[in-house]
Design a protein around this ligand. Sequence first.
Ligand code: EPZ
Length: 418
Amino acid sequence: MKIMEIEGAKELNGTIRISGAKNATVALIPAAILTDEEATICNVPEITDTEALCDILSLLKADVKRASESIVINPKSLENIEIEEKYSKKLRASYYFMGALLGKFKKAVMYFPGGCSIGARPIDLHLKGFEALGAKVTNEKNKYIVEAEELKGANIYLDIASVGATINIMLAAVKAKGTTIIDNAAKEPEIVNVATFLNNMGAKISGAGTSTIKIEGVDYLHNCFHEIIPDRIEAGTYLIIGALCGNNLKIDNIIPEHLDSITSKLEEIGVSLEVGLDYITINKSNNTFKPTTIKTAVYPGFPTDLQQPFTVLLTQCNGKSKVVETIWENRFMHIPYLKDLGADVEVKNQTATIIGPSKLHGTQVVATDLRAGAAMVAAGLFATGTTTITNVEHILRGYEQIIEKLTGVGAKITLKEI
Ligand code: EPZ
C-alpha cells in the first residue's frame, strides 16, 4: 500500500505546469481505435488510468507505442476481444471501449466499468443511445453485449447532459450510416477535444461544446495527430492549494476560460489572483476569506470534480459556507476526514455546511476517491503538523507527478510504500 506524508504549513512558490486532461485522455485512447490508419496523441498524462487503458489496447492487440508524453496507436491488428472484468473495473472510462468497438466492429462485449464510488453511476443513457443507433443490448449479470447488424444515424435526446453518454454515442455514431443528432448533449471542454480528435481523422462532427451535436457518419478515418487540452480539474486543484498556501504560485499551461467558474468563486471569496493568457498566479491571504455557496453543475457551471478540494478552502472563510452537490449522490466521503483535521462541517442530504475559519492540524486520513484524495492533499499542505494519507492509489489515478510538482514549489510531501 502507498501512503503520502505531508509536513504542512509551508509556503508554495514557483511554477506548476498542468498536464493533459485526464478526462479527455481516457476517452481519446479508446477513440483512437476508430482510425483506419494510425493516431498520435500528445500531451498524454502519465497516470494509472492511462496505463489501464493502454492495457486494454494491448488486450485488443492494437499496436501501442509510447514515447515521453505521446502515444501512437495503430489498430490494424485489432481484434474484437471480450474485455474482462479485471480490465473494465480498473476505471470508469473503460466504458468508452463500448462505443468505440461498436463503432468499429458493430459489436462490443465488456463488463461493467469501475471507477470512484461517488454514486450509483448507471450507464442507461449510453445503452439507450446505442439502441437508438440500431444496436441490441444484452446484459448477463455484469457483462454487456452490444451488437448491431448496421448502425444508423438517429435523433437522440439525453435525459441528463451526461459527459460519458455524449462521448460514447459520438464514438458509436461516427461511422454509422446517416446523421445522428445528440440533443441535451454535455458541453464539457473534454467533449470538444474528443470531437476535434475524431474530426482530425476525417469524422464530420459539429456542435461539440453546445447542447446539440450533429454527427454525419463517414466510412473511413485516416491518420491524425492530436494534442490533449490542459487538465482544468488538475489546474483548479492547484489553484485551491495556491489560495491556501501560495506565495506567487504560478499555475501554468492552462486555458483560463475553462476555469471561469472557479476563478470567479475564488475572486468572490477574496482570493488574489492574476490571470494571464495561459497561466494564473495566485497568493494566499493573511486574512480570512468571505463565505460563499457553491452548487455543482454541468459545464460551464461549478464542476463537481472540484467541489471536494474547494470545501477545504471554505474552512478558511469567515462564517457559514455551503456546498450543494447536484451531480453525484456520494461525494462527501472526505468530510469525516476533514473534520478529523479540525474543520467544522456538517452534511445533510446533498449539502455540506462549513463554518470557518478553523485551524487544521495534521492527522491520519484516507483518500476515499480521487478528488477526496486531492482534498486531503490540499488540507494536509495547509494544516500544521504531519498529515498521512492512505489509499493514495486513488490520487495517482488522476494527478500526474503530484509529488514532484508539489515538491518543486516547496511542499514537504513524500510517497511511501508500506
Ligand atoms: C464524467 O463522469 C467524469 N469522468 C467525472 O469525473 C465527472 O465527475 C462527471 O463527468 C461530471 O462532470 C470522466 O470523464 C471519466 P456523467 P461521467 O455521465 O461521464 C447520471 C473525476 O473525478 N447518469 O456526466 O460518468 C450520473 O449518475 C470523475 O475525474 C445517468 O443517470 O458522468 C450522474 O448523476 C469522477 N445515466 C450524472 O448523470 C447515465 O447513463 C452525470 O454523469 C449516465 C449518467
